[in-house]
Design a protein around this ligand. Structure first.
Ligand code: PLP
Length: 424
């Protein structure tokens, strides 16, 4: 089936007389006839539900749809994209371990890795996504357990050379984890290029309506844990907190990663998606293929308009010929990239501030990937504590505006941008 069909029909196949929409199982608890029945669930000997902190049927239906869209073997929802990235890495890296990550990633993820997970004893080496194969190779250590990158980085809009990063990861016997939030599986399926684990902030395009925070982890099922058993004792040796189960033996390459993340990390951290939010996410998924096409085509039109605008000094958009990442985008994002553009206002920071003040249609919001167009001036909001020099060094110059192109009529968006640029 095509991706559009999976967007609507994946995960839930109602039987005769059953609801067209997925049922919302708004229950924390599930009842059993005997404690032996329930005991089998605790031992992971039978499949079923006992407590929503670990698993819930509504969440599992939606995770199954996302797994189908990505072409993966198993998936789990999390309460946020932050939780998804934390679990994806922490499931295989622990105190004393090391991870190689692209330095062009979402600021929240960078902070999670470089501050919070560093406090937990996990060491990160950040590399430029544009590094050579030799530079990438040199970043590995004997205790490296994973490689991490973003398909299209938020907000830098760098495009990851997934094959280059997958080759390096596999040469060192570790998986490549890719945050695929911006393109979604409609525009890129990282498993087809060698990635092993995919994560999402479903808060962005998948939900698409600013309605529900969420995240997802998808396993490709293709990484052979047992072949690198010395590196991954958590998957390849008995888990004493789960009656001595060895996940990679019991659940194979297709099921071990997600089962361990559910049985250990959800159990202990509880960053679970709510069934209500899973339902809302599923509504977003039903139109994801249609919305992504429109986000991308409108963004392409607006990026081209900005590139030739006399009041604009520069434009970053991977779909623009001449963009630093255009060639990689043609390979990995042949149908389109995403709806987010960044550009510079001629006249610098003051002009950018005036541009923001003059917008009438676009919302001023930190959010991206919404049906409504959102606009942000990082220098005076998310990055306002930084000096002009620090801003330039961070790749967030004072003249920079980030525009997340929504689903409004593109002519209305262009008219709004033009009148605001005139005032700037
Ligand atoms: C927003 C975002 C996150 C964090 O997701 P939340 O749902 O806000 O926790 C992670 N990665 C990327 C690429 C994002 O855009």
């Amino acid at each position: 089936m095509g991706l559009g069909t999976t967007c609507i029909r994946g995960g839930w196949a109602p039987g005769n007389g059953e609801s067209r929409q997925i049922p919302i199982i708004q229950s924390t608890t599930f009842r059993y006839e005997t404690s032996e029945d329930m005991g089998k669930l605790f031992d992971l000997e039978a499949e079923g539900y006992f407590y929503t902190r670990l698993q819930n049927p509504t969440c599992d239906l939606v995770a199954a749809k996302i797994a189908e869209l990505e072409g993966g073997s198993a998936a789990m929802l999390t309460s946020s994209g932050q939780a998804a990235n934390f679990f994806a890495v922490f499931n295989i890296a622990t105190a004393g371990d090391h991870v190689v990550a692209s330095n062009s990633i979402y600021g929240g993820t960078y902070n999670l890795f470089s501050v919070t997970m560093a406090k937990m004893g996990i060491d990160f080496t950040f590399v430029s996504p544009d590094c050579t194969e030799a530079e990438l190779d040199a970043a590995f250590k004997p205790n490296t357990k994973a490689v991490f990158g973003e398909t299209i980085a938020n907000p830098a809009l760098t495009v990851l050379d997934i094959e280059k990063f997958a080759r390096a990861a596999h040469a060192h016997g570790v998986p490549l984890i890719v945050d695929n939030t911006f393109p979604t599986p409609i525009m890129c399926r990282p498993f087809e290029w060698g990635a092993d684990i995919v994560t999402h902030s479903t808060t962005k395009y998948m939900d698409g309506h600013s309605a529900a925070l969420g995240g997802c982890i998808v396993d490709s099922g293709s990484f052979d844990w047992m072949a690198h058993a010395d590196k991954f004792p958590g998957l390849c040796t008995p888990d004493e907190s789960y009656h001595g189960i060895t996940y990679a033996e019991r659940f194979g390459n297709g099921g071990a990663f997600i089962t361990k993340a559910t049985a250990q990390l959800m159990r202990d951290f509880g960053s679970m998606a709510s069934p209500q939010n899973a339902y809302l996410l599923n509504l977003g998924l039903e139109s994801l293929h249609v919305r992504m096409e429109r986000h991308c085509s409108s963004a392409q039109t607006i990026a081209e308009h900005l590139a030739s605008h006399p009041h604009v000094s520069w434009v970053n958009y991977p779909g623009l010929p001449g963009d630093k990442y255009h060639e990689l985008a043609q390979k990995y994002l042949a149908q389109g990239s995403c709806g987010v553009i960044s550009f510079g206002c001629k006249g610098g920071r003051a002009a950018a501030e005036q541009f923001m003040k003059s917008l009438k249609v676009a919302h001023i919001a930190t959010h991206v990937a919404d049906a409504a167009t959102c606009c942000l001036h990082p220098a005076s909001s998310t990055h306002r504590q930084m000096s002009d020099e620090e801003l330039a060094a961070a790749g967030v110059p004072g003249d920079m505006v980030r525009l997340s192109v929504g689903l409004e009529d593109v002519a209305d968006l262009i008219a709004d941008i033009d009148q605001a640029l005139d005032r700037a």
